[in-house]
Design a protein around this ligand. Structure first.
Ligand code: CA
Ligand code: CA
Length: 597
């Protein structure tokens, strides 16, 4: 079953938060947290410190904001001005009052960057924020911050950490749970140590999004969240059960510099982003890219409710520079019983590289997941696991799922057949890729081509650099063939691979086998023109070694009776001298076709 690809939601949360604080300060109430204690004082009802110098606590601030509900998003303002040596740790749960903080029930801005000395990040591919307000709690504090009402709350500039225990290493509280829509979680450090370079039993956390239209992260470096590694009991570092959320610009599973994170003790690395909802948007432009490493699965779409989600422009398995400097994921992306999702876009492919097993795994009842335009390479260092760039898991068995005649088989993504490449030759400034696809009869396909510096050890490709695509339909006998020019040319010695996507279902195949790119030498063959196909600009040339297929293109020169002519001037029966280059599939590309008489 393929879900209809729904129109993209119009997101009502502003993607740029600049100016938002200034505007929100113009209305609502403001309370300044001056104490790290976790008690309620008179400040909860007055918004002011007590007469004998009792400070306002975060608990006070939330209660005071809730008591002054506002119709506007982000309207009430909770700021921080705590004295003494930094960082300022607010102990919650059994480290504080023993009970969780009250839920936030009205549009509030919780601004950790208001603490003197704190500032947000300005580095796009790392996190150089200085965060001084640390919410630290244990299981009794779950969740550390809970938003249940209002027209939008903004949480920024906080370090949120939970404590597990040796008895239950993963029994830590969730950091933030969103149960109402239109919230923004931006510019926080979540589930990572104060210095931004380690995770351990006291630095666990996650964000759980049960509602819709929230934004986690953002395009501005100041809005990027830095996150450690997931605690398996939380289900994911970011759990998205709602619809229409944006997950953008987050750095997950690396240290603040964007490289390998130190793990202290039995700290796992389950799922970085787990999606069970629909119409969520993960990534986008380079500024909106999520960088995801260090987990068992980078992004997992799970279950029938996970449809029409879009994943664009992310780095999955790499360090924040896109290289091999992070602890990679086991699998990059998983689609399990999830249908109609889109992985990659023409101008915003994902880089899915260095993951230990599979780049993208499609399993269970998953159907109609389109995988397009990505850069998938160097996955599968765990040799012997049958690891591929894209793996449709047929009846639980990983590895290449071979094509069946006319593609009547079923399974994840319909076990869509992949193309068969028969030749790839770089001639002059263009690489010509020849091949065929056998699949569902009389059906339109999008065939994409990729250049690779290496062939996967399986012999079946990954897809390092997306270079071209073509749209063609199979005939009634299930076949189509193609000869596709790629400009600029792919250097000789590289390898070409391809995928096929059925336009009617959205199902994308695994990668084809690798085809080496040849750089052939010119030759000359003589013969008689036996047939002409003006539409394809090919001719059949009868020679001593049989009838050869001669292809021509816009660079081919034609001379007949000592005059320059066009293809159309050729005639069956002409005796021709053809200067050509072999394309590798038994056909030839002509530089020049000369008919002396
Ligand atoms: Ca397979
Ligand atoms: Ca098949």
């Amino acid at each position: 079953m393929r879900r209809p690809s729904s129109a993209r939601r119009r997101f009502r949360i502003p993607t740029a938060l600049a100016g938002l604080l200034a505007s929100s300060a113009a209305f609502g109430v403001t309370v300044v947290v001056t104490s790290t204690a976790d008690v309620a004082t008179n400040c909860a009802s007055t918004g002011q410190p007590g007469p004998r110098g009792e400070g306002c606590t975060l608990r006070d601030a939330i209660l005071f904001s809730n008591a002054n509900p506002q119709p506007q998003a982000f309207a009430n303002l909770i700021q921080f001005d705590i004295q003494g040596p930094a960082p300022y740790t607010i102990g919650l749960g059994d480290l504080g009052s023993g009970v969780p903080l009250p839920a936030i029930t009205t549009g509030t801005t919780v601004d950790g960057y208001s603490q003197p000395g704190a500032f947000p990040a300005s580095c796009g591919i790392c996190s150089d924020a200085n965060i001084l307000i640390d919410l630290q709690g244990d299981a009794a504090a779950d969740p550390l911050l809970h938003v249940t009402g209002g027209t939008g709350t903004l949480i920024r500039g906080l370090l949120l950490n939970g404590q597990g225990s040796d008895q239950d290493p993963y029994g830590a509280p969730r950091s933030i749970v969103l149960d109402s829509p239109f919230n923004v979680v931006a510019g926080n450090w979540i589930g990572i140590g104060y210095t931004g370079n380690f995770v351990g039993l006291t630095t666990l956390g996650n964000v759980t999004v049960n509602s819709g239209d929230n934004q986690i992260g953002g395009s501005d470096p100041a809005d990027h969240n830095l996150m450690g590694v997931e605690t398996p009991t939380a289900g994911g570092m970011i759990v998205v059960a709602g619809s229409g959320n944006r997950i953008q610009g987050n750095q997950i599973g690396t240290n603040s510099a964007g490289f390998t994170l130190d793990r202290l003790g039995p700290v796992g690395g389950g799922i970085a982003i787990r999606v069970t909802g629909d119409d969520n948007f993960i990534g986008g432009s380079p500024a909106e890219r999520n960088q995801i490493a260090g987990h068992s699965t980078g992004i997992l779409f799970f279950g029938g409710g996970a449809f029409a989600n879009v994943v664009e422009g992310n780095y999955i398995g790499t360090d924040s520079h896109g290289g091999n400097g992070a602890d990679p994921n086991t699998d990059g992306i998983g689609l399990q019983d999830a249908s109609g999702n889109l992985i990659g876009a023409l101008t915003a492919g994902n880089r899915i590289a260095f993951n230990r097993d599979t780049g993208i795994q499609v399993s269970g009842s998953s159907q109609g997941n389109t995988i397009c335009c990505n850069s998938i390479f160097a996955n599968g260092s765990n040799l012997g696991n049958g690891n591929l760039g894209i793996d449709l898991i047929d009846q639980g068995v990983p590895g290449v799922t071979f094509n069946d005649a006319c593609d009547g088989d079923g399974g994840p993504n319909g076990l869509q057949n992949f193309p068969s490449l028969t030749g790839a030759a770089t001639i002059r400034s263009t690489t010509h890729i020849q091949g065929t696809l056998n699949s569902t009869p009389s059906t339109s396909f999008r065939i994409q081509f990729f250049a690779n510096t290496q062939c996967d050890p399986s012999g079946f490709g990954q897809g390092e650099t997306f270079v071209a695509e073509t749209f063609l339909a199979t005939d009634a006998n299930c076949n189509l063939s193609f000869s596709v020019p790629v400009f600029p040319a792919i250097p000789g010695g590289q390898f070409v691979t391809a995928t096929a996507t059925a336009l009617s279902t959205g199902d994308t195949s695994e990668f084809s086998a690798c085809q080496p790119v040849l750089v052939p030498q010119h030759q000359q063959i003589n013969g008689a023109v036996q047939s002409l196909d003006p539409a394809a600009r090919t001719l059949g040339l009868s020679t001593a070694s049989g009838v050869l297929t001669i292809r021509t293109d816009e660079d081919t020169k034609f001379r007949k009776s000592h005059r320059n002519v066009d293809f159309e001037a050729l005639a069956v029966g002409d005796t021709a001298e053809v200067k050509e280059s072999p394309l590798g599939d038994g056909s030839f590309l002509a530089d020049k076709v000369t008919v002396p008489q």
